[in-house]
Design a protein around this ligand. Structure first.
Ligand SMILES: Cc1ncc(COP(=O)(O)O)c(C=O)c1O
Length: 333
């Protein structure tokens, strides 16, 4: 379906589709994990799938500099910077920080951003509202100086980037056809949601390839109404790029586990993340996947009808974000 689009091949796929028996028993579900945290090397996580299409287009347009934005410890910014470096392109990262005058961190994603030579511009929470305008200014400055810029929106979440998750669902379908993952469609797919692109692609691909009838994105910021609208608009954009895409699966955003703030976990969430790691070696990050799986645990607690259902949790990566929060976790260890 997506054959004519420019694309880079980076995903180490198919990523594993696994059942961890102690985890399934803890949740009381037939729970499977799609290990997209293993989608690559240092660039691994959900963003690699989107960047196959986004940087594919950047390359086709002969861009030499890619510009994107995110939180200070953005996984998306890190994956973009690493893959841009692989293509011999420069990267400019517009990152949101509480203190724009503080020294740049030397941990987590920012360490990797700096390692691959990304230019980092810090902006504060007020400027963040105009992040698209700021990226457009960066792009004009590059173009005026004779360069060729390509702007990727927050999280790589637009109609083109989301196609990476349509492809991920084709990958799951192929695994089901081989008898993996229980060999039949899931009742629901659950994952962490930060900018909506993963959710939109999963919803489109889950319907196109009969993987599941409904997707439950677990918001890690904003609220359910915000994400329902964002996801719907990304879906519409993707369907305008690929008209052959059928109507999406149902999307039901859950915002009950977003915690105290973006990138800030509750003590209960930190304890849950440590519990999962010790139960079955499933290491989650505190910004996205920890909140995502915690959201599923809360949902099971609220809704007894879920017991025994076949659920696919997409582990979208984020390990560097955990490694940047060692101090926060110290008393949970
Ligand atoms: C590890 C991880 N999981 C989940 C997400 C959420 O994906 P999306 O931005 O497509 O909603 C992100 C990025 O925001 C991420 O870095």
């Amino acid at each position: 379906m997506l054959r004519n689009l420019p694309r880079q091949r980076w995903v180490h796929g198919p990523t594993p589709l696994v059942r961890l028996p102690r985890l399934a028993a803890r949740f009381g579900l037939d729970l499977w994990i799609k290990r997209d945290d293993a989608s690559g090397g240092v660039e691994a996580g959900n963003k690699v799938r989107k960047l196959e299409f986004l940087l594919g287009e950047a390359r086709a347009r002969q861009a030499d500099t890619v510009i994107t934005c995110g939180g200070i410890q953005s996984n998306h910014a890190r994956a973009t910077a690493v893959l841009a470096a692989q293509l011999g392109m420069k990267s400019v990262l517009v990152l949101r920080a509480d203190d724009v005058h503080a020294a740049l961190p030397i941990s987590g994603n920012v360490l990797i951003d700096r390692m691959v030579g990304a230019s980092i511009r810090l902006i504060d929470n007020e400027q963040w509202r105009d992040r698209n305008g700021i990226m457009a200014q960066e792009a004009s400055a590059i173009d005026r100086a004779g360069g060729r810029s390509y702007v990727i929106p927050e999280g790589g979440s637009n109609g083109l980037g989301t196609l990476g998750y349509v492809e991920a669902m084709a990958e799951v379908r192929a695994q089901l056809d081989l008898g993996l993952g229980g060999g039949r469609p899931f009742d629901a797919i659950v994952h962490a949601c930060g900018s909506g692109g993963t959710a939109a692609g999963i919803a489109l691909g889950a319907a196109a390839y009969d993987v599941a009838p409904v997707v439950h994105p677990m918001a890690v910021c904003n609220d359910a109404a915000y994400f329902q609208a964002v996801i719907a608009s990304i879906i519409a954009e993707a369907r305008s790029i690929v008209p052959a895409l059928p109507a999406p699966a149902g999307v039901v955003v859950d915002d009950a586990s977003k915690g105290p703030a973006y990138a800030v976990s509750s003590d209960e969430q930190r304890a849950f993340i440590v519990e999962m790691a010790r139960l079955c070696g499933l290491v989650l990050d505190p910004v996205y996947t920890g909140k995502g799986l915690h959201g599923l645990a809360q949902w099971v607690r609220r809704d007894g009808s879920l017991v025994g259902k076949r659920v696919l949790f997409v582990h979208t990566g984020g390990l560097p974000g955990l490694l940047a929060q060692g101090e926060e976790f110290e008393r949970n260890l």
